[in-house]
Ligand binder design. Sequence first.
Ligand SMILES: [Zn+2]
Ligand SMILES: [Zn+2]
Length: 331
Amino acid sequence: MENQGKYDTAKQVAEGVYQIQIPTPFSVGPVNVYLVEGEQLTLIDAGPLTEEAWTALTDGLESIGYRVEDIRQLVLTHHHVDHCGLLERVRKASGAKIFSHPLAVPYVELHESFLGFHDRFFLDLYRESGVPEEKLSIIRKFHKLMMTFSERSRIDGLLKHEKPVPHLPEWQVLYTPGHSQSHLSLYRAKDRVMIAGDHIIKHISSNAFIEPPRDQSRSRPLTLVQYRTALQMCADMEIDLVLSGHGDPVHNHRELILQRLQKNWERTDTLRRLLADGEKSAFELTALLFPTLYEKELPLTLSETLGHIDLLLILHQLEIKERDGVLYYSL
Ligand SMILES: [Zn+2]
Ligand SMILES: [Zn+2]
């Protein structure tokens, strides 16, 4: 079918699966959402809450012969705003039921108690990482700005690891945490297709974002360790086609996963070199590791540093000392 709309970005990528590319205002570039035909027409992810994204979604659907109103259910790969921002708008327009990982619920439904805990967790994390006070307000502004690209919505059903997606019996849910605690992927065994969200991306290595634990009684998840484990789980699987949340499809997932895992060790080597002349905080290490990026992208780059510190810590290759509430690492 010919696309008459402004966004000529919808195409069939597997049997009964269409990719619609949606612009985002973020440095990651456009996000891919997927329309899956089955017992019920299902949209995988929705895009950020912007007029441009909404137009791209509706134009994209139209170009493959559907309207938003036709969507019966929506599966969220994870709670980041480039994927969940338009959830409520799609739900209101279509009445679609929304399914997700259980840990996406507080982010999508904006549970007040969780958000308070979330903000306190990050304030404590940034302080103990040695982030200067004047930078904390920048991070707060960043978190606030991110919130404007989504709105409160509702999760109607929770998906379970290794269970089929409701009304799409060929598609199995796989929990793939690390990039986000709420991250899941979908797998269709008959043609070995995986819809992988931000778990596997061809042109960029996914960040294993630091996130608060699910409740206050736990310590924070070691997200990079978790991410590497979930990658290894996928490397063990037979997959011919990975459909990602950003960028082109991946046909050589094992090779790509191996590259990502190796890259982690290279970065831990860099960290060890940076510590050779004495102890440093996570913030100081971040500034050295990402000199051109850390000020603009502090939450992302600090997550990257902390993840690699975690890898070294679990291998007993670092010492930690606390001084005035800041953690300092040394070899
Ligand atoms: Zn993401
Ligand atoms: Zn994304």
